[in-house]
Write a protein that binds this ligand. Structure first.
Ligand code: SAM
Length: 276
């Protein structure tokens, strides 16, 4: 993958060579299958995806833009629930190609390769709903974080809403392995983690059944900093939203740790209809 801090923990050289040797469409097909699988791991299936879609709620004809859309997992779900415009932005060319390839003939989502940490000038619309799905944890500095939030603001219509998904900023080092049994572990070599904004840490995601073992490099910013910057650009009523368990509810005991101070968290904020 280009440009994304995503490292395969298992070096599968045969797989990589096969992928490189194929024509572009087949290449994307193969990578997409891996990403699709990663979205089927139990915590995503029973917790992340339904919790986020519940936060988004019922849409009808709203215009929506998904930031850091990746291969378009949430963008396609959003497309299914609104008749309005749907855009997906990601800075990784391969992900955008995969997203476009997957929508096939429908071609009803506008996917574009855009770096959301730079001022966004080439999207001539505003949207009722902006969804930064694992975007802000990628900001490399406070300046880039603030620029991302400024972009969210600029892309949001007055009276619009932002619903975000993110690594939780509330996990101290002592709890880095709290969710190991679900296939998620954090690590950090940086002394500044939990002290300074823009401290690097890693999230390892693994699942035997899904044949998944990847590490993502991400950046920690404090929860207060998130709230402060959203307020600074003008958003109101910022709130953190906890994940919930869906479907697998017979096993509530098993899921308790994941839902208590979870490693992933959602947020919501509103752009006022009338500016003061
Ligand atoms: C963990 S993936 C999430 C993908 C998708 N939102 C999902 O939930 O399946 C994080 C995504 O952020 C994208 N990303 C990171 N920094 C970005 C930036 N500055 N601008 C746009 N996309 C970015 C990566 O390319 C990657 O697709």
């Amino acid at each position: 993958m280009e440009q994304i801090a995503l490292v395969e923990n298992q070096t599968n050289t045969t797989y990589q060579r096969q992928v490189q040797e194929r024509e572009s469409d087949d290449t994307y097909a193969e990578i997409v299958q891996k990403y699709k699988k990663s979205k089927m791991v139990p915590w995503r299936k029973f917790v992340e995806t339904p919790s986020f879609m519940k936060l988004v709620g019922q849409l009808t004809n709203e215009d929506v833009i998904d930031l850091a859309c990746g291969e378009g997992f949430y963008t396609r779900k959003l497309r299914q629930i609104t008749t309005g415009k749907v855009f997906g932005l990601d800075y990784c060319q391969n992900f955008i190609k995969m997203a476009i390839w997957q929508q096939g003939a429908a071609n009803d989502i506008d996917f574009r390769q855009v770096d959301c940490s730079l001022p966004i000038t080439n999207i001539p619309y505003q949207f009722d709903l902006v969804t930064p799905t694992f975007l802000l944890q990628n900001a490399q500095s406070e300046e880039k974080f603030e620029q991302m939030v400024q972009n969210i603001w600029n892309l949001c219509k007055p009276g619009g809403r932002v619903c975000g998904l993110n690594g939780s900023p509330f996990i101290p080092r002592e709890q880095f392995d709290k969710d190991e049994k679900y296939g998620q572990v954090l690590s950090s070599n940086s002394d500044s983690y939990y002290k300074n904004n823009a401290s690097e840490y890693s999230v390892r995601l693994f699942d035997k059944v899904a044949d998944l073992d990847i590490s993502l490099k991400v950046m920690w910013f404090s929860g207060e900093y998130y709230e402060q910057i959203f307020k600074k650009v003008g958003f109101q009523n910022f709130r953190w939203v906890q994940m919930e368990l869906f479907e697998n509810t017979d096993d509530i005991e098993y899921w308790k740790d994941f839902l208590t101070n979870g490693l992933i968290l959602m947020f919501e904020a509103f752009k006022p209809l009338i500016m003061n």
